[in-house]
Design a protein around this ligand. Structure first.
Ligand code: SAM
Length: 263
């Protein structure tokens, strides 16, 4: 652990990794898998697993993930999480990572996930939050996320603001899982495998500023197509301020909750 940067070593990521290493995943379902980032993390951390199924309702994301895991025991399916096309009790582990705020019907999706999970199987939720003690670089990320979500919403893409810690806990509690454990972390588990570990070290590094600025510019590009010039002008102005904030304070991922329970 000595070779880890200080922030990463003291973050919850180490504890979460340790907990994941104690779990036999069996047949794992990753809902709203996107590019499959969480599947990759679980492959590196679970004690063992049989196979993964990742589902996403975006064809583009599903196609990307399909190519990414070619040759691995991973099946990626284009599917709406609001109506999972699987039998009851067939997965040993179900998970959803950084996607609650992208869902139109959170409770419906989570209840579908619970149906397909076998009794005593693991239910894993990880989601970033907007409150608590976050430093200025994390606040930049959160403000950028809220701004980006507003732009997506203008184009009818479901993208809500980052949830509060309490809201995430309430959502998980509603599932009535057993033996629920909640971890909190400033750093992703995947940072533990990042070769240069840049993500967690310097929020004002060239790479991070370049990446955050690119994301803002991409969102500004999308915004150009919005017809209401008043709304556009307001969001463009906010985008400019965000760019300045990134330069001044840097950017770092918002802290997140990692919840594990059993059905
Ligand atoms: C932030 S991304 C996923 C991140 C990924 N899970 C990870 O941890 O790297 C959110 C994803 O949710 C997907 N999504 C939103 N609503 C969905 C639904 N109803 N069914 C399936 N996927 C959905 C989007 O297409 C998008 O790929």
């Amino acid at each position: 652990m000595e070779d880890l940067p200080k922030g990463l070593a003291s973050s919850g990521a180490v504890k979460i990794e340790k907990r994941l290493k104690s779990i036999s995943g069996g047949r794992v379902l990753d809902v709203a898998t996107g590019e499959g980032g969480f599947i990759d993390t679980l492959m590196k951390t679970l004690r063992d697993y049989d196979s993964f199924v990742g589902i996403d309702n975006s064809k583009k994301e599903a196609e990307f993930a399909k190519k990414r895991f070619k040759g691995h025991p991973v099946e990626i399916i284009h599917m709406n999480a609001e109506a999972l096309e699987f039998g009851n009790d067939i997965f040993d582990t179900v998970c959803i990572s950084f996607s609650l705020h992208h869902l139109d019907k959170i409770d419906k999706v989570l209840s579908e996930m619970k149906h397909v999970l076998r009794p005593r199987g693991h239910f894993i939720v990880q989601e970033m939050f907007c409150d608590g003690e976050q430093n200025k670089a994390q606040k930049t990320d959160m403000l950028q996320h809220h701004w980006d979500a507003e732009i997506d919403s203008l184009f009818s893409v479901v993208h809500n603001k980052t949830l509060t810690k309490q809201k995430i806990e309430d959502i998980v509690n509603k599932l009535k899982l057993k033996e629920v454990e909640i971890f909190e972390s400033t750093h992703y588990v995947k940072c533990l495998f990042c070769e240069d570990k840049f993500e967690c070290e310097d929020p004002k590094s060239k790479q991070i500023i370049k990446q955050a600025t690119k994301e803002i510019d991409d969102a500004l590009d999308r915004l150009r197509k919005y017809p209401d010039s008043k709304v556009r002008a307001r969001l463009e102005e906010e985008g400019k301020k965000l760019r300045e904030r990134v330069k001044k304070f840097g950017s770092a991922p918002a802290s997140y909750l990692f919840c594990i329970g059993k059905k």
